[in-house]
Design a protein around this ligand. Structure first.
Ligand SMILES: C[S@@+](CC[C@H](N)C(=O)[O-])C[C@H]1O[C@@H](n2cnc3c(N)ncnc32)[C@H](O)[C@@H]1O
Ligand SMILES: [Zn+2]
Length: 361
């Protein structure tokens, strides 16, 4: 049978029916190249669940980090060896369980891109990652509260709200924070994306008990009222919360523990945009648009959906930018988000938002 190949970035990759490859993840791999190029002081980079090797081989060739690729599947291992020589990159290739691999070696940067949940690899990855940690999750249903296995994977309760995509990222970040602190490490999220069926985060890892304590100080809970749409949050691992919604007196629900801090670092995002721009990546326009939205996002751990609010008020939605400008004119903070074209963040309460939306209907 004729060998199939695919070209992406500056690499050509041989494919095999027996080894995972998803062309739709080019966007994520392109962002990863721009991120990896924005890292500082990275000599040793691990692609711990590498499949065809496409992501790690791109990092080696397009960025120049010293990459080790690992996959426990024999067919993947052989294909990675083939693909490294095909692309003329000098990478170590390894054929182990990712947990064994990461437990015995430390890397400046560690990438975890498994099938489904990354939870089983987070302890070993937290041990191994010295400067940067990248984590993808494709188990969005459990992360976002649509499936009960979220409790087991993340030891946290998500809620299936209209901002479930953001909640998924925050549940994942909360879990990573709790894994890193065990190793006396903390993190700063550099960029955290939610798209279609995956979430991915790029984190700066910092060593030391103080940095670890700082990270867990951002853990807490989101308080949500399904009756009126009220939402708020409270920091801490043990918290006291009023059972009743302050707006409508219904019983509120809690989601967490989850990460309430910033999802992106502005300076890093700007650097990533520069790298994206100068590299001519195939998904460049999409990446730039997404990063611009991430950069705009307010530092508030949930968002609202314009269409959902209009539906409740039985009014038709105007342009979302008009709503955001109006909220700002009224003295509130407001921004779009990268989560969806109809979502926005604001410090206005749900009642205030409804008044504004009504006045524009
Ligand atoms: C989603 S794929 C990785 C995709 C790849 N990063 C890309 O961009 O195309 C996950 C890979 O993890 C491998 N894998 C699954 N469990 C593993 C484990 N415990 N240790 C090492 N590799 C594992 C699978 O063989 C598969 O190739
Ligand atoms: Zn309420």
């Amino acid at each position: 049978m004729a060998q199939k190949f695919v070209s992406e970035g500056s690499v050509k990759i041989a494919l095999s029916k027996k080894v995972f490859y998803n062309p739709k993840m080019e966007f994520s791999r392109d962002v990863n190249i721009a991120c990896a190029a924005s890292f500082s002081g990275v000599k040793r980079y691990a692609d711990a669940l590498a499949a065809t090797g496409i992501s790690g081989i791109r990092v080696a060739k397009e960025v120049g980090h010293g990459v080790t690729l690992n996959d426990w599947n024999k067919d993947a291992f052989k294909l990675i060896q083939k693909n490294t020589s095909l692309n003329g990159v000098d990478c170590e290739v390894n054929n182990e369980n990712a947990n064994a691999f990461l437990s015995r070696t430390k890397f400046d940067a560690v990438d975890i891109d498994p099938f489904g949940s990354p939870a089983p690899y987070l302890s070993a990855a937290s041990h191994s990652a010295m400067k940067y940690l990248m984590v993808t999750a494709t188990d969005t249903a459990p992360l976002c509260g649509a499936h009960s296995s979220g409790k087991r994977r993340y030891a946290a309760i998500p809620l299936n709200t209209e901002y479930h995509a953001e909640m998924g990222i925050r549940i994942l970040l909360g879990k990573i924070a709790r894994e890193l602190v065990v190793h006396d490490k903390g993190f700063t999220p550099l960029l955290s994306l939610s798209r279609e069926h995956f979430v991915r985060t790029w984190l700066k890892v910092a060593r030391g008990a103080r940095r670890a304590d700082e990270s867990i100080s951002h853990l807490g809970y989101i308080i949500h009222c399904f009756s009126c749409g009220y939402r708020s949050y409270v920091e801490g691992l043990t918290v006291f919360v009023n059972e009743r919604c302050p707006l409508c007196e219904s019983e509120v629900q809690l989601a967490g523990p989850l990460y309430l801090g910033r999802l992106h670092d502005k300076k890093f995002c700007e650097q990533v945009m520069k790298e994206t721009d100068r590299r001519g990546l195939r998904t460049k326009n999409d990446v730039m648009k997404t990063l611009n939205l991430c950069n705009e996002e307010l530092d508030i751990p949930y968002h609202y959906d314009h269409h959902r609010i209009c539906k409740r008020l039985k009014t038709s939605p105007c342009e979302i930018d008009l709503l955001i400008d109006r909220l700002k004119d009224e003295g509130f903070l407001a921004s779009r988000t990268h989560f969806s074209g109809t979502s926005f963040k604001t410090n206005a309460s749900v009642r205030q938002i409804e008044n504004t939306v009504r006045s524009m209907g």
